[in-house]
Design a protein around this ligand. Sequence first.
Ligand code: SF4
Length: 206
Amino acid sequence: MDNLHFPLLALARLRMGTDGKGVITLAAGAGCPLSCRYCINKRLLKEAPREDVTAEELIERIRIDDLYFRATGGGVTFGGGESLLHAAFIGRFKELCPPEWRIAAETSLAVPRENLLPVLSAVDEFIVDCKDMNPDIYHSYAGGDAQLMKDNLEVLLESCGAERVIVRVPRIPGFNTAADQRKSVEILRKMGVTRLDLFDYVIRDE
Ligand code: SF4
């Protein structure tokens, strides 16, 4: 038995159509290596009370929706923050939770390569927020290194197959254009991505 903990910020139950297949419970964890200009979770990440839970404790809290998961093919989506900062925890969670629960992870892939290893088999679907494939746009918007995300995406595609990876490609007002978005799509398709979700960020006054 190990003592892995997940820094739980919030649990959102009975979600449909936004975080993966079927009925979903979203488990949001603290921490993110990026600093996106329009991060909708900034306040949550900074101010929400955080509770460190074990995999057993989290499973017991989520189990209330077991029947919904089984009936719809849904399960648990780990988000945040950056879910793959907690990759070892997710691996442990998958070992202990009912096998019917579908596990998804929302991620920017801005994590060290070794964080991918525990989740390659534990996560059924990766929902990747790529920001933009242009390194300059990526850096100016998110403050990170696009090459790290790209390298990790290659690993995911090779190890898990394109059907388990959906890449979200936003148009971000003030940072990229529809033409930039199309260029990102072109690069992603060349890499072997087949599931793409194109959308526009809606910016509200802060
Ligand atoms: S990756 Fe997500 S959680 Fe992290 S700063 Fe960007 S929008 Fe916020």
